[in-house]
Design a protein around this ligand. Structure first.
Ligand SMILES: C[S@@+](CC[C@H](N)C(=O)[O-])C[C@H]1O[C@@H](n2cnc3c(N)ncnc32)[C@H](O)[C@@H]1O
Length: 406
């Protein structure tokens, strides 16, 4: 399989920078439509050990350069908090103002219940039951958080642009992004899932079948803090995941030169500029980050691996093949082996070949998924017992902290 890999190939550069721009993906509905239709908010975390939950959140923010004092006495907006579990740490930092913008009624009920039993001293948030599309704040915020929602579709890029306009000068915007390479394992799981699901089965039954199929996979992640049924509903049954890839390059293009990269999770950025020369334009810092991101793209396919940066050309091939696979999933989901062979298999072969020398465990997992997808018949047990693929999950949810210039 030949991909265009020259960095001077404008079209590839365009596609890579905005992977959703050329796919219209008819029929793909967003998170909110899906949650409302099913009456769910499938984002609950394991809060049985609240101290552990808060420590996990503190460590995540710290890794992105945000200390508790970043939130203390500041005005903070969290957009799309879902059931609010992640907001608890920020509330416990005592911001001056803490607004949660969340339009899903089930999530709003969850937030209210959650805060009633939260006994760590905290600032109670104000819940604003609106969509971002309809929201206009009275004043800009010092810190804005938006996690696990916005992808790279034209509509969501516009919303990201709108959101960035609410950040005060010198304030911070924290968003999650989803690298296309990191999306590959979930895309393969979706393809497997829709082979074993019957379209007639109701939502609860589908959730049960998929929890049985993927429970052994999720059990391989000792730090997993989400309920299995929630993971299945939000990653496999939720169509919005098919448009959720968002690359840092797309973020920088959308936000323009007013926003400078400040931190990320995973941390990627080593800056060897002499201390007297670190002051630069936003686009210089952002370009350094993109270079680091590109050199590490191979580490996003499997959360278990962390290799040194490698040849950017090899990573461009990996990204292009991952993008082609991701874009083919909507039409291959629920189809048989013929469609798989035509639309998915060529890209999966390129990915396997690309990683063969550096990531043998990852490759074994991919080959096992490949073998399953080549089979005419597949059952829950085949997926549950796929011991080599079971532990392979991509680095999907990644974070950026950006600061707005004065
Ligand atoms: C995948 S959940 C993420 C929840 C939470 N941030 C987390 O990471 O667990 C996506 C969230 O986006 C919210 N959402 C979807 N469309 C929205 C919109 N137009 N305006 C504001 N929030 C929206 C949903 O209601 C849901 O809570």
């Amino acid at each position: 399989m030949k991909y265009r890999t020259s960095q001077f190939d404008d079209q590839l550069t365009f596609i890579m920078s905005n992977p959703n721009s050329r796919q219209t993906k008819p029929g793909i509905t967003g998170h909110l439509e899906f949650y409302r239709e099913k009456g769910i908010s499938p984002v609950r975390q394991d809060l049985s050990d609240m101290g552990r939950h808060l420590a996990r959140r503190e460590a995540l923010y710290r890794s992105m350069g945000l200390l508790p004092m970043t939130f203390r006495d500041r005005t903070v907006l969290e957009v799309a908090p879902g059931s609010g579990d992640n907001s608890l740490f920020v509330a416990a930092c005592n911001p001056k103002v803490f607004d949660l913008l969340e339009p899903n009624p089930v999530a709003i009920d969850d937030i209210e219940t959650l805060y009633r039993s939260f006994d760590t001293p905290h600032r109670n948030p104000k819940v604003i039951p609106e969509k971002l599309e309809d929201f206009q704040p009275e004043a800009a915020y010092d810190v804005i958080l938006c996690e696990g929602w916005l992808g790279g579709s034209d509509k969501e890029r516009q919303l990201l642009g709108k959101l960035s306009g609410f950040v005060a000068p010198e304030g911070a915007l924290v968003i999650s992004f989803l690298p296309v390479v990191g999306a590959v394992p979930t895309m393969l799981r979706r393809l497997l899932a829709y082979r074993i699901l019957s379209a007639d089965a109701d939502f609860e039954t589908q959730t049960g079948i998929l929890t049985a199929a993927f429970g052994t996979h999720l059990d391989t992640m000792p730090k997993m803090s989400r309920a299995h049924a929630s993971w299945v509903q939000d990653n496999i049954l939720n169509p919005a995941v098919l448009a959720q890839v968002l690359l840092p390059k797309t973020v920088f293009e959308t936000l323009g030169d007013d926003f400078t990269i400040y931190g990320s999770n995973p941390r990627l950025f080593t800056d060897w500029r002499w201390y007297k020369s670190v002051s630069g334009e936003a686009h210089e810092e952002n370009a350094l980050f993109l270079e680091a991101f590109e050199g590490s793209a191979h580490n996003f396919l499997d959360y278990r691996i962390a290799h040194p940066p490698r040849d950017a050309e090899a990573n461009r091939v990996l990204e292009a093949a991952s993008l082609a696979l991701y874009e083919a999933v909507p039409e291959a989901e629920g189809e048989g082996t013929d469609t798989y062979e035509k639309r998915i298999a060529p890209h999966l072969r390129v990915i396997i070949e690309n990683l063969a020398d550096i990531a043998p465990e990852t490759v074994k997992g991919l080959e096992e998924a490949q073998a399953l997808l080549e089979r005419e018949t597949l059952g829950v047990g085949d997926i549950a017992e796929a011991s080599l693929f079971a532990g392979l999950f991509g680095r999907e949810m990644c974070y950026l902290t950006l600061t707005r210039r004065a």
